[in-house]
Write a protein that binds this ligand. Sequence first.
Ligand code: GDP
Length: 197
Amino acid sequence: MKLTEAKFVQSASDYRKSPKPLLPEYAFIGRSNVGKSSLINMLTANKNLAKTSQTPGKTQLINHFIINNNWFLVDLPGYGFAKAPKAEREKWDKMIWDYLANRENLMCVFVLIDIRIEPQTVDLNFIDALGEKGIPFYLIFTKADKVGKVTAEQNIDLFKKTMLMTWSKVPPYFVTSSEKRIGREELLKAIDDLNQS
Ligand code: GDP
C-alpha cells in the first residue's frame, strides 16, 4: 500500500461517538511509552500526527485518523500507567474495552510490545483479555534499533514461549523501529491484506 493521505478525524471519550463504522478500522495500543505515537507517525510519514512523548496518561481518548480515505487508524490510550489514580484507570479501562468489544468495523488490534524488556504481565493480561473476547490482534515489537539482532530474537522467542503457555499459537508479529523506519512496509502490507479479505 502506498500511504498517500493521513488525516485526523476526531477524539472521543466514548466509542459510540466514533465516526460511522463504514470503513475497516485498525487500532494501536500498548503500555505508555512503548513507542505508539512514534510508530503511528512513522507509518503515516507524518512527524506530528500522533503526538509523541506527552506526559504518560494524558491522552486518554479514542483518536481516529482516516488513511487514504479508505480505512481508519485508531490511536488508543496507553495502558498500565501505574501513577494515575485508580478511579481514572478504571474509567480508561472501561472506555477501551467498550470500544474494543463493540466497534463493529474493527478488523485487528495491533498490540505494541517493547522489544527490549522481558514479557510484562500487563501486556500478557491485555492479550489474554483480547483472546477471551475473541478480538483479533497482531503484535508489534517496537524500538528494535535499541537492541542487537541476537537480543531481539531472544526477547521475541521468550515472548512467544511465554504466550504459548496459555495460547495454542502466536499471532502474526512485526519487528519495528520508528527511529530507523524498520517494519513500515510489512505493516502497511498486512493492513492492505486485511482490507482485501
Ligand atoms: P507512546 O507513549 O507509546 O506514544 O511512546 P512515544 O512514541 O512517545 O515514545 C516514547 C519514547 O520512546 C520517546 O522518547 C521516543 O523518542 C522513543 N521511541 C519511540 N520509538 C522508538 C524507536 O523505534 N527507537 C528509538 N530509539 N526510540 C523510540
